[in-house]
Write a protein that binds this ligand. Sequence first.
Ligand SMILES: [Zn+2]
Ligand SMILES: [Zn+2]
Length: 281
Amino acid sequence: MAEESSSRDSAAPGQQGVPSQPRSSRSWLAEAGDALISVLFPAGCRICDRLLTRASRVPICKECLSSFERVAAIACEVCGRPLPGWKRAEGQPLLCPACQDKTYAFDRARSFAVYEGALVRAILLLKFEQIEPLGRWFAERLVELVKGRVDGLQADVVVPVPLHRQRERERGYNQAALISKPLAKRLRLPHKAVLLMRTRARPDKRILSLEERWESVRGAFATRPGSQVDNLRVLLVDDVFTTGATLDACARALREAGAKSVFGLTIARAVRNPLPDSSAW
Ligand SMILES: [Zn+2]
Ligand SMILES: [Zn+2]
């Protein structure tokens, strides 16, 4: 009995040895995978430093990407400004004070998420490091935004808000075009990066007040001479909607050149912007 038991015992390590082979090859594969990921993403998530473990060229982890706070559904029907707690009056469109005053020259504007937290950092990465996969990821979010609209999206061309020529030369690219180009491709619309131009550079000083923001972009954009704008429905793309002054100035230039409609789309929406709140009106 003792021998039998010992022979079973002696057989045991061999039986255990059989499954140990695939285990070691699995761990080899896992190590190779980790090595590949560390080659592709040596620095981890560019926002929180967490190790990036999935096959994506966006250098931001899924926790950070899912932390972006979507703009609330209760929002101004024209400019998309979130209006928490507001109620639609029977038969009346829900409009923020600025849109009740017909402030903007664009027909509609919508944004993907609120400009705060990780999204501020993500936009800085796009803006200063030209991370194209991030631009494509943002473009996908804008596609979801326009596809979800009940009234559909009527557009003929996609146009990025332009930088001044000199600024674009210094930077080497326009961050808005990193979003608008893949967006146009996904929507199967022509991308017209040269339809609009910025004729006056942004002032170097930090703009603080609402008036300064509006003043700095008033008349700063024009359509390029010779470009066909007449009757076009334009999808205008930018990274951040702060006061709406930039989209407004671009929309004015497009409308003067004969554009039929202008729909603004931005990744982020500043909600703590210097527009007066409803109690101040
Ligand atoms: Zn992260
Ligand atoms: Zn509004």
